[in-house]
Design a protein around this ligand. Structure first.
Ligand SMILES: [Fe+2]
Length: 194
């Protein structure tokens, strides 16, 4: 089976305050985009290094809905990892029998916005898959996430081009942004409000 071309897109974190988390990240010198309100989704969002090949997306629930339920249930955390592909039909064929489960909402989102969602019990994030006309060749901004999950699930990563990108760790969770390895907890719940 030939492997499809896949590029990392954004990594989305669900936080209680996008402004506080963005302020913490600004202290590293990263470029912070203006916040945007998404009424339909019920979120306030800020991109960090938006113009790079991939970026970090901070999401804050603003009203009752799926995101607010998620943060109430699990607290702030990694929400989804987005990847870009060139052909959705080929991609969906390639993952058949791989162990990834296509989220039912994908039937609607593929038709509306050429976006599919994959999940797997025990894996710490949803996978957002977007069909694009062309893929970026630039260096990614987010290059590695170390977080706790079952080591056995690492076998699911190569088919998504995510081997070495998300890595199981029993230590503190971390994320590599540019050349800096940063504690994930410090972004999710920054101590700036002291
Ligand atoms: Fe996304």
């Amino acid at each position: 089976m030939s492997r499809l071309t896949i590029k990392p897109s954004h990594v989305a974190l669900l936080v209680r305050s996008v402004d506080l988390s963005a302020r913490y990240l600004e202290s590293f010198g990263f470029q912070i985009s203006p916040s945007e309100i998404w009424e339909g989704e019920g979120t306030k969002e800020i991109y960090v290094e938006r113009d790079r090949c991939n970026s970090l997306l901070l999401m804050e629930p603003t009203k009752p809905g799926a995101y607010q339920r998620a943060i109430e249930k699990r607290g702030p955390g990694l929400h989804h990892i987005a990847i870009d592909i060139l052909n959705m039909d080929e991609f969906l064929h390639s993952i058949a029998g791989s162990g990834w489960l296509l989220h039912p909402s994908s039937i609607k989102t593929i038709a509306q916005s050429k976006t599919a969602y994959l999940a797997r019990p025990g894996f710490p994030a949803l996978i957002e898959v977007q069909e694009r006309d062309k893929l970026s060749e630039q260096e990614p901004f987010v290059s590695r996430i170390e977080i706790s999950f079952e080591k056995d699930l690492v076998r699911l990563l190569p088919i998504l081009g995510l081997e070495g990108f998300i890595v199981p760790s029993s230590q503190r969770s971390s994320i590599t942004l540019g050349s800096k390895v940063i504690s994930l907890d410090d972004i999710l719940t920054p101590k700036a409000s002291k």
